[in-house]
Design a protein around this ligand. Structure first.
Ligand SMILES: [Zn+2]
Length: 147
């Protein structure tokens, strides 16, 4: 016996047992498969993966936890790219970041992209002054190399 997840033309998903895959193929060819919900014979094997991005009632297969995980993975990947770009193209001003950000903002320093360290208080003050600061995701290996 073999169990298949089936889906009808109206997006009803259900499971059915077959003797073997040939039995399924035979029934499918003869249009003998029937949706257990609406009775249509327009039934095909449901595609099991991936669930993300599919439409209709298949959404119920994606749990919030799965979505959160996918989002987190995506965020981590993007964050790593952003961090990489910033480190390659921006000036590292270290602990002078709040000071330097202000100088650039008020035209006392050459306008350029910088990055460095700022406490949450520093960051809030900068934002209050209308200076754009974006927190970069922490990188574990950086924490170890910085004393
Ligand atoms: Zn149906």
């Amino acid at each position: 016996m073999i169990k298949y997840s089936l889906i009808c033309e109206n997006d009803h998903e259900f499971e059915a047992w077959f003797q073997n895959s040939e039995a399924y193929d035979k029934l499918a060819k003869l249009n003998q498969l029937e949706c257990t919900v609406c009775g249509t014979n327009a039934v095909t094997k449901a595609i099991m993966a991936p669930n993300i991005g599919t439409k209709g009632n298949k959404k119920q297969d994606v749990t919030p936890a799965t979505q959160a995980k996918a989002k987190q993975a995506m965020f981590t990947a993007v964050a790593a790219q952003v961090r990489d770009y910033v480190e390659k193209n921006f000036d590292d001003v270290g602990k002078d970041f709040p000071e330097e950000a202000r100088k650039i903002h008020y035209g006392e320093s050459e306008e350029r992209g910088i990055y460095g360290e700022a406490t949450p208080v520093d960051a809030k003050e900068l934002i209050d002054e209308g200076i754009d600061v974006v927190p970069l995701p922490a990188d574990e290996k950086d924490k170890e190399s910085v004393n």
